[in-house]
Every structure is written in structure tokens, then in C-alpha cells.
Ligand binder design. Structure first.
Ligand SMILES: NC(=O)c1ccc[n+]([C@@H]2O[C@H](COP(=O)([O-])OP(=O)(O)OC[C@H]3O[C@@H](n4cnc5c(N)ncnc54)[C@H](OP(=O)(O)O)[C@@H]3O)[C@@H](O)[C@H]2O)c1
Length: 345
């Protein structure tokens, strides 16, 4: 066991693009678990665009991270010492363990600790078989209600959530167009992930290309980006279209929120529906989603990419990769290999 608990604390609330100066490195004592608690050693950290919002001092679906607290983050860890009724020493667990080597974990919190099933690659529960996969599953199927033959457009399509959403739409028999930044991501979408077409919004005119590719309009738009992307697609929806507001990453680092889409009246004209959601609200259906996703992912029907950085010192700058479009697939950082033997392996 390390002699110290390395941590990255939130040092200041970001204004504009979040960066390393918003965090402070500290070495603390390794904590001890109390009754009903366990000590978890972090192995892999998840990086999620929503973390930018958690650093702000404003009411949201989870409380803000306080200045001086370890930055909140999803993680995969190993139980080093346990007084917890549900987990034994050596078990691999998933939870919100934060930017630190060690966390003392009880029950509860925004995401209660969950076991990682044996035989599953350790990183998968952070992405395709975790929150991003579940977000794609419930957002697309419950809110998007895609039907065979419909045209589905996905923004942030080469990312962790978008890539799974698009492939689920393909499995429903839809025609799927992805919007992503750069030729490499677009090539992956059409050549590996089975999308029918991909638009590189950084080098192509989105409006022109969408008009060419969706002559009958867009039936379902699964939006991860917001801003001008949302406005453009809103102008091209088919009658009774469903717009799923999954996220709006283009605005997360803006000092002032961008103005809303100017053509929102198109929802009225086209009798469309636009609806946001938070995946945590589906917690009581996670097992349904994971079962289905596991069948598709393990059966090779959904492919996924992971972008695994390394090094505790690189944690703050890895978060920024999401907002710069540098990640190619689910953004993860490896801290260490499991220090103890994994039971049953
Ligand atoms: N509603 C929920 O419960 C829920 C849950 C999880 C995630 N989400 C949302 O889902 C979205 C995707 O999250 P993720 O974890 O899967 O991340 P991700 O898509 O793997 O990574 C973020 C991607 O966003 C794109 N991006 C960044 N800045 C952009 C900009 N200014 N304009 C256009 N695209 C930009 C980049 O791709 P390009 O290189 O293609 O630009 C980047 O790779 C986020 O909006 C997130 O907040 C929502």
C-alpha cells in the first residue's frame, strides 16, 4: 500500500475553459474504513463532460464539489480492506471514488458502489457497459423512440455515448448519420461502427451535408453538443421528430450560456418533441440496460473505443481532452493495476 493518499483537489471554480490551475495536488494520509465501510484503491478513473458542471457553485442534479475537496469522479477500484457488508477484500468495484488513490466508501452517494462482474474487462463498466452506455440506451430508446427505416442523427457521434447511441439505432433498423470532429473519427464511424454516413463538422458545412443526407428530414436527433449544432438540426427535422437532449458540451466552458436555438418554432411547425434527461433517473432499470448492452457488446454487435491515458500527474489535463475533442472513445486514465489478486481469477 502507498504510504500516502495522492489527491487532486478542486482549488478554484473555473471561468471559461477548465484547466490544471483549477486543481491542487496534495498528499494526505491513507484513510481507515470505519464500521460498514471499505477502503478502495482506485485503478481507473472515468472522465465525463458533466464534471465541468460539478465544479460550479450552482444547484444541479448533484451538489457542487466544494473548494478543497477531491474532485468527484467515477472510478473502478479494488477493495483493500473491508468492513462493508456487501464487499470483501480484493473485490473489484465501481463507484464515485474521486481523484485520489484511496477512498473510504460506505453505502449511498450519487452512485452507490457496485460490483464489477467477473470476466468483464475492468474498464468497460466506465463506458459501454456503464454510465455512457446506459445514457445512450435509455436516451435513444425511451426518449428517441426510433422506428425501423427512420433517419437518426447523432452529434458527438464518435464519443463514448454517441457511438453507442448510433449503433443502438442501427440495431433498430434505422439509417444513422453521425456528426464528429475530424476525418479519423468520421472514418471510424462508417468503417467500424456501421454508421451510414458521417459528417466532419470541422471541415464540412453541416447544414448542406445534412440536407443532402436527410432529404426527408431528421426523425430522431440524439444531441450531445447543443449550440449551433442543435440549431442546424432543428431546422431540418421531419414531422413528429424527437430531439433527445443528452448534453450540450459546446457550451460547458462558455462564460455566458449561448442563446437558445433561434428556430425553436420549428418544433411547433413540425409537431416535434424535444426532451432532456439524466441517466441517474433510470437507476431502477440499470440491470435491464446492462443486460442488453452486455449482450450487444460481448456479442460484437456494438463496437467501442477507449482512450486510456496514464499517470496520476496527468489527471487534470486529461479532463480537458474532452472539451478539446482530443479523446477518441471513452476517456479513461489508468492509475495502477490491481494490487491484490482478484478473487475468482
Ligand atoms: N444526460 C445524461 O445523463 C448524460 C450522461 C452522460 C453523458 N452525457 C452527455 O453526453 C455527451 C457526451 O459525453 P461522453 O462522456 O460520451 O463524452 P465523449 O463524447 O466521449 O467526449 C466528448 C466529445 O465532445 C465533442 N466536443 C467537445 N467540444 C465540442 C464542441 N465545442 N462542439 C462539438 N463537439 C464537441 C468532442 O468530439 P469531436 O471531436 O467529435 O468534436 C469530444 O470528443 C456530453 O454532452 C455529456 O454531458 C449526458
Amino acid at each position: 500500500m502507498n504510504a500516502v493518499n495522492r489527491q487532486w483537489l478542486l482549488a478554484s471554480r473555473p471561468v471559461g475553459m477548465i484547466n490544471e490551475s483549477n486543481f491542487e495536488y496534495r498528499e494526505a494520509e491513507v484513510p481507515s474504513p470505519g464500521p460498514g465501510e471499505m477502503l478502495v484503491r482506485n485503478l481507473y478513473l472515468s472522465f465525463d463532460p458533466a464534471q465541468r458542471g460539478w465544479t460550479l457553485d450552482r444547484a444541479s442534479y448533484v451538489p457542487p464539489v466544494q473548494i478543497g475537496e477531491p474532485m468527484r469522479a467515477g472510478a473502478i477500484g479494488q477493495v483493500i480492506e473491508s468492513n462493508h457488508p456487501d464487499f470483501s477484500t480484493g473485490a473489484i468495484v465501481q463507484g464515485t471514488f474521486g481523484w485520489q488513490d484511496y477512498a473510504v466508501v460506505g453505502s449511498g452517494g450519487p452512485i452507490s458502489p457496485m460490483p464489477v462482474p467477473p470476466g468483464v474487462p475492468l474498464t468497460l463498466p466506465l463506458g459501454a457497459l456503464g454510465i455512457t452506455g446506459l445514457t445512450a440506451y435509455f436516451g435513444l430508446l425511451d426518449l428517441g423512440e426510433p422506428k425501423e427505416g427512420e433517419t437518426v442523427v447523432i452529434s458527438g457521434a464518435a464519443g463514448a455515448t454517441g457511438s453507442v447511441a448510433g449503433q443502438i439505432a442501427k440495431l433498430q433498423g434505422c439509417r444513422v448519420i453521425g456528426i464528429a470532429g475530424g476525418p479519423k473519427k468520421c472514418a471510424w464511424l462508417t468503417e467500424q461502427a456501421g454508421f451510414d454516413a458521417a459528417i466532419d463538422y470541422k471541415s464540412e458545412n453541416l447544414d448542406t451535408r445534412l440536407r443532402e443526407l436527410c432529404p426527408s428530414g431528421v426523425d430522431v436527433f440524439f444531441d450531445n453538443v447543443g449550440g449551433s449544432t442543435l440549431e442546424t438540426v432543428l431546422g431540418l427535422i421531419a414531422q413528429n421528430a424527437r430531439i433527445v437532449l443528452c448534453g450540450g458540451i459546446s457550451g460547458y466552458n462558455e462564460v455566458e450560456p449561448p442563446p437558445g436555438p433561434r428556430n425553436i418554432m420549428n418544433l411547433v411547425i413540425m409537431r416535434g418533441r424535444m426532451e432532456g434527461f439524466i441517466v441517474l433517473d433510470y437507476a431502477n432499470r440499470y440491470s435491464e440496460g446492462i443486460t442488453k448492452l452486455a449482450e450487444w457488446v460481448m456479442g460484437g454487435k456494438i463496437v467501442y473505443l477507449e482512450d486510456i491515458q496514464e499517470g496520476f500527474e496527468n489527471i487534470p489535463k486529461t479532463l480537458q481532452r474532452l472539451y478539446l475533442g482530443q479523446n477518441f472513445g471513452k476517456q479513461i486514465l489508468k492509475i495502477t493495476d490491481p494490487p491484490l489478486e482478484i478473487p475468482g481469477s
